[in-house]
Design a protein around this ligand. Structure first.
Ligand SMILES: Cc1cc2nc3c(=O)[nH]c(=O)nc-3n(C[C@H](O)[C@H](O)[C@H](O)COP(=O)(O)OP(=O)(O)OC[C@H]3O[C@@H](n4cnc5c(N)ncnc54)[C@H](O)[C@@H]3O)c2cc1C
Length: 313
């Protein structure tokens, strides 16, 4: 047995010994955990369901100096064909809880693992407006906080009142106000420390349920007609550059429909690189490089990927 697998087994053994409640999936394909449906196996995917379990896991990973990454719904991630050497951490259980804070009118408190769509539906069902923009974003609340996800003129920055975080070494839990989250375009403080968002308070406002539902339906229809929702992708591949739109620049460079292996610049929306079948991570990376290079040659504008590329080691 190789040294690597001995190390791997001993860490996994420790995780199951110290946190017997944790769900551990060894050699798990990351294609099952990414909306691109791409990626080789991670050494382990570990799901924890409470603050106590998460804290124990982070303490252990730090003590063992183990490589790890927390993910939400994997809707902004491109894993490597070689997978991920280390532990992928996912949140479940308590972190999916959602409640309306009756004492504080118009505030929802939700766990970071709660899907944004379900959070928006909960808001609508309670006649609370403000999250319509987020209803079609296929990520978790945690991923949306990390990215300051936004669409159709709204962004998380507009609605987040405060966030509860756990230190990356599992040692403590603390609060940040919306302002302290330092939200800006596809950025937040979470991208600059390794801490983990575990809950958020979202401030909304009262409105008519039917009117909220109508706005959500309109936005869903816009997505269906404009975006390649039938193909696996990670949404907009590139960030919006200063002074332009990625999709328009890509189209102007004649890249619509450009294909590398199973990866394609969508014919429906040039801002999306999609998996048209059997795309490898390498295909997507190559296509991203080609697009960035050719757009820069054509327009002088440098496109930065919005999708987060995760190396195997
Ligand atoms: C079809 C499609 C449409 C999309 N449309 C939009 C859109 O309109 N607007 C938009 O902004 N995005 C869009 N996206 C991209 C994506 O859905 C968002 O970026 C989303 O916020 C990512 O959430 P996630 O849970 O999937 O995060 P993941 O992809 O799992 O993770 C993203 C990053 O967040 C970090 N993270 C996740 N949870 C936490 C946490 N609890 N604490 C700390 N860090 C955390 C991860 O470590 C990772 O670095 C789209 C994607 C797809 C596939």
């Amino acid at each position: 047995m190789s040294q690597r697998s001995l190390i791997k087994i001993s860490l996994i053994d420790k995780i199951s010994e110290f946190i017997p409640e944790a769900q551990i999936r060894q050699d798990e394909s990351m294609s099952k955990h990414s909306s691109f449906r791409i990626g080789g196996s991670a050494d382990a995917v570990v799901t924890v369901c409470s603050e106590e379990e998460l804290s124990k896991l982070l303490k252990l990973l730090h003590a063992e100096d183990a490589r790890y990454m927390l993910i939400g719904n994997g809707s902004d991630l491109l894993f490597a064909d070689e997978g991920y050497r280390g532990v992928i951490v996912k949140l479940g259980g308590d972190f999916e809880h959602i409640e309306l804070l009756e004492a504080v009118d118009d505030v929802i408190r939700a766990g970071a693992a709660r899907m944004l769509s379900s959070t928006a539906n909960f808001a609508r069902d309670n006649a609370l407006a403000g999250l319509e923009f987020a209803s079609g974003i296929p990520g978790t609340l945690g991923g949306a906080l990390f990215m300051n996800a936004g669409a159709y003129g709204g962004e998380m920055k507009d609605v987040v009142e405060s966030v509860t975080l756990m230190k990356s070494d599992g040692s403590s839990v603390y609060e940040l106000s919306g302002e302290e989250m330092k939200f800006s375009y596809r950025d937040s403080v979470l991208q600059h420390n390794d801490d983990i968002a575990i809950y958020a308070r979202v401030r909304l406002h009262r409105d008519d349920k039917e009117a909220i539902a109508e706005r959500m339906n309109e936005l869903a229809e816009k997505r269906r007609t404009k975006q390649p929702v039938n193909f696996p992708s990670a949404g907009s591949t590139f960030k919006r550059p200063v002074g332009g739109y990625a999709a328009a620049l890509i189209e102007e460079a004649g890249l619509k429909g450009r294909t590398v292996g199973g990866a394609q610049v969508s014919e429906k929306h040039s801002g999306f690189v999609i998996n048209i079948g059997g795309a490898t991570s390498k295909d997507v990376r190559e296509l991203i490089d080609i697009v960035a290079q050719e757009v820069e040659q054509n327009s002088g504008i440098k496109l930065e990927p919005e999708v987060r590329i995760i190396d195997a080691e």
